[in-house]
Write a protein that binds this ligand. Structure first.
Ligand code: CA
Length: 368
């Protein structure tokens, strides 16, 4: 659009961009085209790893799209596609990497086959909680490291919320000693599954839609999922006797948005900031929504069914912690970047743990 026509529109945006254009012309060193506000419209596609409108994690993709459109005064529209609508859920990473879609929403541990170190940005067993993970990513250098890991794929990651500490899962037999895990067939993906295997259990892969019947028919003895809100919707309380805490395998699973890096960098600076700002709002909303809903649904579960809510005994957790160290050691010994990310993660954890122990832990133990 020519500048003359542009000014004819007479909007405040046009006026402010005219000022910007003049300012840039007066100062050639700052005359970077992408910083000029214009009325150019952008239409992006976002692919997600979740079923369409899936509670919390799917909803946040829709909210992000809405917030970006509102903040940009309609200049940027992001159309959201649930898993399978545009590309299969687990092809989201590749789709955005090659630019078939501009943005994606998921969890980095799905991309372990692309780059092993990605999983450390979602969650590791006996890792950090949501508050600590946010501190690591936002203020502790974690995000810069994550950007480094995604850059070779022409991707840029953003925070996308956190589930908080998950539940340990649904069981039809009690876990009193670590020996009770032997032969246990459990649906538990990722590193947690590897740890269970070391403890003598069998980590079974079951698609989301088949978990309920597998547990009901005894094809599996146990399953983990997320927390009371999502677990209730799956109906696990109707078919399992014991609901165990804590989710030692997912102590604060971080979710993500990601964009095609080249396309993101081509956006005007204000739209880049709008996207970044919207992802930070998403980060806050997701954890708040999980916590608020989990409180309500935990009560519902307790009211509706005779479910025993139990804690894994300390010796069981201690044993799983040892198996976790072995599992992670195997991963990092085979991959340099994983080693770097894990060491950074652990260094941060070491520095924040004493502070969390002195305040958050005391709050939970003595003030609640
Ligand atoms: Ca889970």
């Amino acid at each position: 659009m020519k500048r003359k026509e542009f000014l004819k529109k007479g909007s405040i945006a046009a006026l402010s961009s005219a000022v910007l254009v003049n300012a840039c012309q007066n100062n050639p060193s700052k005359a970077e085209a992408p910083n000029i506000i214009s009325n150019k419209k952008y239409k992006w596609k976002m692919v997600t790893t979740w079923p369409p409108n899936f509670p919390v994690v799917g909803e946040i993709a829709n909210y992000l799209s809405q917030w970006v459109e509102e903040m940009s005064g309609g200049r940027m529209k992001i159309e959201v596609y649930g898993g399978g609508e545009l590309v299969p859920a687990l092809e989201s990473f590749d789709a955005v990497s090659i630019g078939a879609a501009e943005m994606g929403c998921g969890a980095s541990y799905y991309w372990v086959g692309k780059t092993p170190s990605a999983q450390f940005f979602t969650s590791i067993p006996f890792g950090m909680n949501a508050q600590q993970v946010a501190a690591w990513l936002i203020s502790g250098g974690g995000m810069e490291l994550w950007q480094e890991v995604y850059a070779p794929f022409d991707l840029i990651p953003f925070a996308g919320g956190n589930t908080g500490v998950q539940m340990g899962g649904w069981f039809n037999k009690r876990i009193d000693r670590v020996e009770d895990l032997q032969g246990l067939k459990m649906r538990i993906p990722g590193m947690g599954g590897k740890v269970l295997t070391k403890a003598g259990g069998a980590a079974v892969l079951v698609a989301g839609g088949e978990i309920y019947t597998s547990l009901e028919r005894g094809v599996i003895d146990a399953t983990e999922w997320i927390g009371p809100y999502h677990d209730y919707k799956m109906g696990f309380h109707k078919i399992a006797k014991y609901y165990y805490t804590p989710g030692w395998h997912e102590t604060g699973s971080q979710l993500e948005f990601f964009a095609n890096k080249t396309m993101f960098e081509k956006l005007p600076k204000d739209l880049q900031t709008i996207i970044e700002t919207a992802t930070m709002r998403a980060q806050a909303w997701v954890l708040a929504e999980f916590d608020a809903k989990n409180g309500v649904y935990l009560q519902k579960i307790k009211n509706e069914k005779e479910v025993e809510v139990l804690r894994f005994p300390k010796p069981v957790l201690d044993a799983l912690r040892v198996y976790t160290k072995e599992t992670i050691q195997e991963i990092v010994s085979q991959n340099k970047q994983s080693k770097k990310v894990y060491e950074h993660f652990m260094q941060f954890k070491k520095s924040i743990d004493p502070w969390s122990a002195l305040t958050e832990k005391v709050f939970y133990n003595d003030l609640m």
